[in-house]
Design a binder for this molecule. Structure first.
Ligand code: PGA
Length: 253
């Protein structure tokens, strides 16, 4: 079974104290994670060390950064590097979230550089892709997402690619309460996997976890995660409420 992941994306929410409480509440719920299941918390940068110290001893719980910069180090005020994340033992980094693409002009090319440096430091990128509403309405979402994959991922070799997690997040479903139907999610996930298979072969494609993101809630996670090519979710709003995210983790296959 490939990795099944429930990833919380807190975005720019919660105080430090609220964040501590949320992690405690979720962790203390005593969820039994199977060996191939993981719970990941993408927390704001100032909370990384706190979250890491709470979860580092726990099996299958991981802390993620929400972004990092493409350069190794230097005069880049305000940025954080993969080397810094590595130095505090962070294993995941969300890259290319649509909010970063939109508000911080992150391009497919820039994301390829960020992925490169994360891999160098043994950090698994959670690479986000997904189409805006006008592309979905024009029914050109498959080629749109394929371009994102090609321009950001297809320069990596088999071994590197297998260290990447993909999150398909249709932009029209993020924070809108408008979830993709299970058919829409499965269709795109299968398309992404087929594109990976074409480039890297079926074996590699089959091993890659592809998460769904966009209004995943406690009451729809189970049916979304049950889709054959959906390997869990990247969850914004519902990850801020302990009982909801607990239910979402419990919905993993
Ligand atoms: P949402 O956000 O669950 O609030 O729609 C998902 C995301 O942006 O990763």
């Amino acid at each position: 079974m490939r990795k099944q992941i429930a990833a919380a994306n807190w975005k720019m929410n919660l105080t430090y104290q609220q964040g501590e409480q949320l992690i405690d509440d979720i962790f203390n719920a005593g969820i039994h994670l199977k060996e191939y299941q993981q719970a990941v918390f993408a927390v704001p940068s100032p909370y990384l060390v706190m979250a890491q110290s709470k979860l580092s001893a726990a099996t299958n719980y991981f802390v993620s950064a929400q972004n990092c910069y493409a350069k190794k180090s230097g005069a880049y005020t305000g940025e954080i590097s993969a080397e810094m994340l590595h130095s505090i033992d962070i294993k995941y980094c969300v890259l290319g979230h649509s909010e970063r693409r939109e508000y911080f002009s992150e391009s497919n090319q820039m994301l390829a550089e960020k992925i490169t440096i994360c891999l160098e430091y043994d950090i698994t990128p959670i690479f986000c892709c997904g189409e805006p509403l006008n592309i979905r309405e024009a029914e050109t979402q498959n080629s749109y997402v394929e371009t994102q994959l090609r321009e950001s991922l297809f320069r990596f070799d088999d071994e590197q690619l297998q260290k990447i997690v993909i999150a398909y997040e249709p932009i029209w479903a993020i924070g809108t309460g408008k979830t993709a139907t299970t058919e829409q999610a499965q269709e795109m996930h299968a398309h992404v996997r087929a594109a990976l298979a074409k480039q890297y072969g079926g074996q590699v494609a089959n091993d890659i976890s592809i998460l769904y993101g966009g209004s995943v809630k406690a009451n729809n996670a189970k049916e979304l995660f049950a889709c054959a090519d959906v390997d869990g979710g990247l969850v914004g709003g519902a990850s801020l409420v302990a009982k909801d995210f607990i239910e979402i983790i419990r919905s993993l296959k």
